[in-house]
Design a protein around this ligand. Sequence first.
Ligand SMILES: [Zn+2]
Length: 219
Amino acid sequence: MDKISNHPTEELLAAYSAGSLPLSQALCIATHLEQCRDCMHELQQLDRVGSELMQQLEPAPAPERLKQEMLDRLDSLEDDSREAVFGGDPSIPRCLRKFVSTDYRNMRWRRVSPGIQTVELCRDSNGARVELLKIKPGSAAVTHTHSGDEYTVILEGSFSDEHGLYRKGDFVVKHPRDRHTPVATLDRECICLAVTEGPIQLTGFFGRLLNPLLRRNYA
Ligand SMILES: [Zn+2]
């Protein structure tokens, strides 16, 4: 496997370890972690520091009802993770198997341009859109900037933009003012997990005409 060269920042990993990230961002980090031993190792160190700090705190006694609710939630999580571990295609990251049960190809893809298809997986409570993108070999997305942060994890294939080449496992963050034109490499189709916190802003004359349509997806 090619070496992963784009990773989440230490701040993002620390927030993931503390459980303070929105679920959509946490899903991107978890998807990257399943493929990146370096970040998994860093996370284990952060978890250790976090649990040492927690041990220094004196817990207030939890009321009985709250305790029972937490136990019930843990039970249901275990059910989910059993299903995630034993169900689905092993080439699909475990944390995505809830959404992609059989194969990326069997999903209800929606064509957004001749070379690009998308399927929405879920919405976060903060409004962020979680989707898969499928880009045909050599196809380019239109040049765009962002109205919020955009997180991308490459699941299959690779793509490049003005800033570099991104391969399977890479974790890419674009901020609102970053302008880029992603192009899938010629060798194979590229499939990515993408989280966008607001509509992308297309640049250029035709792009400006289409922007109101894209904003409707977040209404
Ligand atoms: Zn990593």
